[in-house]
Design a protein around this ligand. Structure first.
Ligand SMILES: C[S@@+](CC[C@H](N)C(=O)[O-])C[C@H]1O[C@@H](n2cnc3c(N)ncnc32)[C@H](O)[C@@H]1O
Length: 477
């Protein structure tokens, strides 16, 4: 596969020095086209049921039970099952991170650098709807992408924030059972897919990334409860950003230790022998240290050793007294009688699921407010840049309730009384996803459009046509 931008020469020289005789197979792998892969959304469908209706042959990924390699010809990005959120198209290597961090249902989980949300959605599946998933990204527009990803995924227990790690650490010290730092990095592991990563790469960028990663990890450490776990991941090969960052972290955080990972097929050990101390950025007269052997308990994925892009993962456990931090829960709002009536008028005849008890209203203007459901343990996010404090159910506009897309795709079709169901290849499905009005008779009012039984979005029937409420930003071009 030829890419337009050549690999940086200094990068090649560094890798040749590190990899020695493995350099030739490494380069051969860098010149191959990556194999596409998907991860099944077990919030919506079991792996076995997906396999039974899969449009493509599925080849298991050894380090992710819900992950599968696809044929290169598979049209996974343009299939309606993608719009229904049945799977996430994801680099196979990145699926290893949540596998190793393994959040448990009911836990408080924080994804600190989360957008576009691949690993967040994977962790949502581990939580299986129980507990709280706080997903954060410092970049405002990327935090919006993250919100959309989590909505399509059908998560009901996610809180989406657009904050700095420092402010979160000050707000919720020791609050989380699991924290993930999928750090911004020099992206060498993406060189096979992404010309931009090749263009931006320089040795100075690698050193700058390592410093930034250290800062983010310092905040992340404060957010983990004693006994809780912190995952650090990058998609680069550079030892400075991987073993080097973890070594520096262990020196400044004696209350953390590396967890021995499950050694799954395709995983290679971290390389203590590739880092030195003092590292760049430390005073050069600092005493020289030998790297600790336990850095080999970090995981590397290599394109020449697994069908994967480059990835690095470290799982760290915080030691100490396991006293949980009690955070301030988000407070629910009592709806006015008129608002409650508007919601009930939509909900009661159509939705076979009790209206969530803890609700909050987010006022947009004088006539418009968004209605959100809060999980029992949702944290109070007032004062933080909050993109979504809970599950968006819909919008109250001038005394009427309009259901949201996030509600449609987090329901199951048997929870909605009025539906239009079509098979995946149906022209009506394509027309719906393009945003067209559908000429289909039936009972008037709101209905859920589903593909093979899986929700795609809302429509509203007037006479013998269904008005299309599929969000404009998601429509097929
Ligand atoms: C490697 S990407 C994350 C990919 C994501 N975890 C996934 O699996 O889809 C790194 C993200 O970190 C964000 N980021 C950069 N600096 C950050 C910081 N100081 N705090 C939080 N997020 C940050 C970037 O905006 C970017 O979205």
């Amino acid at each position: 596969m030829g890419r337009e931008t050549a690999l940086p020469l200094t990068f090649l020289a560094r890798m040749a020095a590190l990899l020695d005789e493995e350099f030739v197979p490494f380069m051969a792998a860098l010149n191959q086209t990556p194999v596409p892969a998907i991860r099944i959304n077990t919030l919506k469908i079991s792996v076995a049921d997906f396999a039974a209706c899969s449009p493509w042959p599925l080849t298991p990924i050894p380090w992710c039970e819900q992950g599968f390699f696809l044929d290169r010809k598979a049209n996974a990005g343009t299939h309606p099952f993608h719009d229904a959120g049945l799977y996430y198209i994801q680099d196979p290597s990145t699926m290893a991170v949540a596998t190793l961090l393994a959040p448990q249902p009911g836990q408080r989980v924080l994804d600190l650098c989360a957008s576009p949300g691949g690993k967040t959605t994977h962790m949502a599946n581990f939580l299986a709807g129980q507990g709280v998933l706080v997903a954060n990204d410092i970049d405002r527009s990327r935090a919006e992408v993250l919100r959309r990803t989590l909505e399509r995924w059908g998560t009901r227990n996610a809180v989406v924030l657009n904050e700095s790690p420092e402010r979160l650490a000050a707000r919720w010290p020791g609050a989380f059972d699991r924290v993930l730092v999928d750090a911004p990095c020099s992206g060498e592991g993406m060189f096979r897919k992404n010309d931009d990563a090749r263009t931006y790469w320089s040795e100075a960028h690698v050193q700058g990334c390592a410093l930034r990663q250290t800062g983010i990890l310092d905040s992340a450490a404060q957010l983990v409860r004693p006994g809780g776990r912190l995952a650090y991941a990058t998609c680069t090969f550079a030892p400075e950003e991987n073993e080097g960052v973890i070594w520096r972290f262990l020196q400044s955080h004696p209350d953390f230790e590396l967890v021995e990972p499950r050694w799954l097929s395709g995983f290679a050990a971290g390389r203590p022998d590739w880092v030195a101390w003092p590292a760049a950025g430390e005073p050069s007269d600092a005493p020289a240290l030998s790297p600790p052997a336990e850095l080999a308990s970090t995981v590397r994925l290599w394109p020449h050793l697994a069908q994967a892009e480059g990835h690095f993962i470290a799982i760290l456990q915080r030691t100490g007294d396991e006293t949980p931090f009690l955070w301030q829960p988000a407070s629910a709002t009592d709806l006015s009688k008129a608002d409650r009536q508007a919601v009930d008028t939509f909900w009661e005849p159509l939705i076979d699921l009790p209206l969530p008890q803890r609700l909050t209203l987010h006022t947009r203007d004088e006539h418009t407010a968004e209605l959100l459901a809060l999980t029992d343990d949702a944290p109070d996010t007032s004062g933080l840049r909050t993109v979504r404090p809970g599950w968006h159910l819909g919008t109250l506009r001038k005394g009427r309730f309009e259901p949201s897309h996030a509600l449609a795709v987090a329901l199951t079709s048997d929870q909605v009384a009025n539906r239009l169901d079509e098979p995946a290849g149906s022209e009506l499905v394509a027309r719906y996803l393009r945003g067209e009005t559908l000429p289909v008779d039936g009972p008037a009012g709101w209905l859920l459009v589903t593909v093979a039984g899986f929700p795609l979005g809302w429509g509203k029937r007037v006479g013998s046509t269904i008005k299309n409420h599929y969000p404009r930003g998601l429509r097929w071009g």
